[in-house]
Write a protein that binds this ligand. Structure first.
Ligand SMILES: Nc1ncnc2c1ncn2[C@@H]1O[C@H](COP(=O)(O)OP(=O)(O)O)[C@@H](O)[C@H]1O
Ligand SMILES: [Mg+2]
Length: 294
């Protein structure tokens, strides 16, 4: 059965898009799984640009052509009837994706029409929270996993992505700044789960909600010294491991991924030695990912 996994962090530049993309490539290329990526990193669209470089120009014009997630939110705001049709693109490596739409920056519960009663308002809010899930639902049957790359900001869009997800992972740099963001991410997930429970109690719906489970932080850009993690990074790694929220495997910082991202491709296709090392690390993370997100 298809599982939905979102990639979240409080900060940008920690390797979220890289983790989402490279894990997707490993799942398709090594494990022959069928993957759909929902690119909700609407400002950068890093996944969209890698999977189909022809779409990059639309980030400067400010809108992605076709039917995107943005239109589904618009329907909700204009109280139009709600449809689930969505343009799904085929990208390189056999990965399907829903492109990021810069207009998603305008998504906000504030745009919802005002309801007649408190109960009606709650229903509208719940509809907003459930939107990503509702839109993905008919497509799930075609995939083993749906991965959601997100924008580093606590927003209504992020909350809807969390609601839609069975699992969440958090790519982090192994520094204090980034790793103290992990409890924030866990808190945000808990907030969505709690809100659903509260709304279920008042509205008597949605009946079937399995709380989103945080399965761990993934160390990105880890720095090594003589084959081991640098002292300060080792301290963060151990601290996160102790609280049970760390993937065992991590990715070291290096030129392979840097060059691959300059070329808008996977590190797997690069031939320098560092790329082979990072590819092996990603493969180990992908195996852990499959075990943690069954
Ligand atoms: N292990 C790594 N080694 C070197 N550069 C990396 C590594 N992981 C990510 N990067 C680079 O860091 C930058 C930020 O990564 P990105 O995945 O876009 O972060 P985010 O999505 O969290 O903003 C990108 O230029 C990416 O190529
Ligand atoms: Mg990103």
């Amino acid at each position: 059965m298809c599982k939905v996994v979102c990639f979240i962090s409080e900060k940008g530049g920690v390797g979220k898009t890289t983790a989402c993309f490279e894990i997707a490539v490993a799942l398709t290329q090594v494990h022959a799984l069928k993957i759909l990526i929902l690119d909700a990193d609407y400002q950068r669209g890093g996944i969209t640009g890698r999977l189909d470089p022809r779409l990059i120009t639309h980030f400067s014009t400010g809108e992605m052509p076709g039917v995107t997630l943005f239109h589904k939110f618009q329907e909700l705001y204009s109280a139009a009837s709600q449809s689930t049709n969505l343009d799904i693109h085929s990208g390189i490596f056999g990965i399907d994706f829903v492109p990021a739409d810069p207009r998603l920056s305008s998504v906000s519960e504030d745009k919802l029409p005002s309801g007649r009663t408190i109960r009606h308002n709650s229903q509208l809010m719940l509809g907003h929270l459930m939107l990503v899930d509702r839109v993905l639902e008919p497509h799930k049957q075609n995939y083993d996993y749906v991965l959601i790359d997100t924008h580093p900001e606590i927003s209504s869009l992020l909350r809807s992505a969390i609601y839609a997800s069975d699992y969440a992972v958090s790519p982090v740099k192994l520094d204090l700044q980034s790793s103290i963001g992990v409890p924030t991410v866990i808190g945000e997930i808990q907030g969505v789960n709690d809100d659903v429970a509260a709304m279920q109690a008042t509205l008597g719906q949605p009946a079937e909600y399995t709380p989103t489970k945080f399965v761990g932080a993934i160390g990105m850009m880890a720095r090594e010294y003589a084959g081991d993690l640098k002292d300060s990074e080792d301290t963060e790694y151990r601290r996160l491991t102790r609280v049970g929220t760390m993937f065992e495997h991590y990715i070291t910082e290096g030129d392979g991924i840097r060059r691959a991202s300059q070329n808008r491709t996977s590190v797997r296709t690069m031939s320098i030695a560092n790329a082979r090392k990072q590819t092996a690390q990603i493969d180990a993370i992908a195996i852990e990912f499959l075990a943690k997100c069954p």
